[in-house]
Design a protein around this ligand. Structure first.
Ligand SMILES: [Zn+2]
Length: 270
């Protein structure tokens, strides 16, 4: 089974580009699972609708790029949403010093709320981090964290921090964006991640692979920019299998086991 640890399949640009996400999910039923991550309250309902498909796991929260527009009372509404769906995770949340106009203190406050809720309910927590790895490590180390572990999606942090994140219960997902062979540093890092903590992701429609590798073309009809297609998960699996000198089939099975363990229960025995 192919398991995409991090997507935004609710994104309206898919339909605008002529790609019917629900039909695509129905065709793959039983052979595919994924986590669909909200980015702000406005897309929580769209995420919930996709989660009616078997194998689709909803993830609710506020992305660090969207927190400036958050509405009062979002914490209570997030808790209500999660209590209403025991299968849902928490995210996409995190820290980002790359985006223009960032306010790290505000991001930290919002991120800590997500951590606390995920820990209290022991839900899968999906974490975004760009150029804020020191602050991220300190924040995670201070806890609380969900017992079942959390995902550092598209992990691009320092290799030296891997050990501490592993000890805290992190999973790490390899992105289609990393399929570019020139991304040596991140590819070296993924050669050293413990096998039981590896996942793969597309982040679709974001983070498309390099154009020459992309076999699933989709363009944003508004500006013509390339969108990432969820079928590009195959590229992430192939690239990561090569980096780790494994077969694609073995890696597909391993990442599926990891994904199902993380979503299905506490990651206790690894
Ligand atoms: Zn994302």
């Amino acid at each position: 089974m192919r398991c995409d640890a991090h997507t935004h399949l609710q994104d309206p640009r898919f339909a605008a580009a002529g790609f019917d996400v629900p039909a695509w999910l129905r065709e793959r039923s039983g052979a595919y699972a994924c986590a669909v991550n909200a980015t702000d309250e406005a897309d929580w309902d769209a995420v919930a609708r996709l989660a009616e498909h078997p194998g689709v796991h909803p993830v609710y929260g506020l992305h660090p790029w969207k927190i400036a527009g958050r509405r009062r009372g979002w914490e209570e509404r997030l808790c209500l949403r999660l209590e209403g769906d025991p299968s849902a995770g928490v995210g996409e949340t995190g820290l980002d010093r790359w985006i223009e106009g960032h306010d790290l203190d505000d991001q930290l406050g919002v991120f800590r709320v997500h951590m606390k809720i995920a820990a209290e309910l022991n839900r899968p927590l999906t974490v975004h981090c760009l150029r804020a790895w020191g602050a991220m490590r300190d924040c995670l180390a201070a806890g609380p964290l969900p017992e079942r572990g959390f995902l550092l999606h598209a992990y691009g942090g320092p290799a030296e921090m891997l050990g501490s994140f592993v000890d805290m219960g992190a999973y790490f997902s390899f992105s289609t964006y990393f399929t570019d062979p020139r991304r040596h540093r991140v590819r070296d890092t993924f050669a050293h991640i413990p096998a039981e903590r590896l996942l793969v992701e597309t982040d679709a429609p974001a983070m498309p692979p390099p154009p020459r590798l992309n076999r699933n073309h989709l363009d944003d009809p508004e500006d013509g920019s390339p969108l990432n297609h969820p079928a590009n998960l195959a590229l992430a699996l192939a690239a990561l299998a090569e980096i780790r000198s494994e077969t694609v089939a073995a890696l597909e099975q391993r990442t599926a086991e990891n994904f199902l363990r993380w979503w299905g229960g506490p990651a206790a025995d690894d």
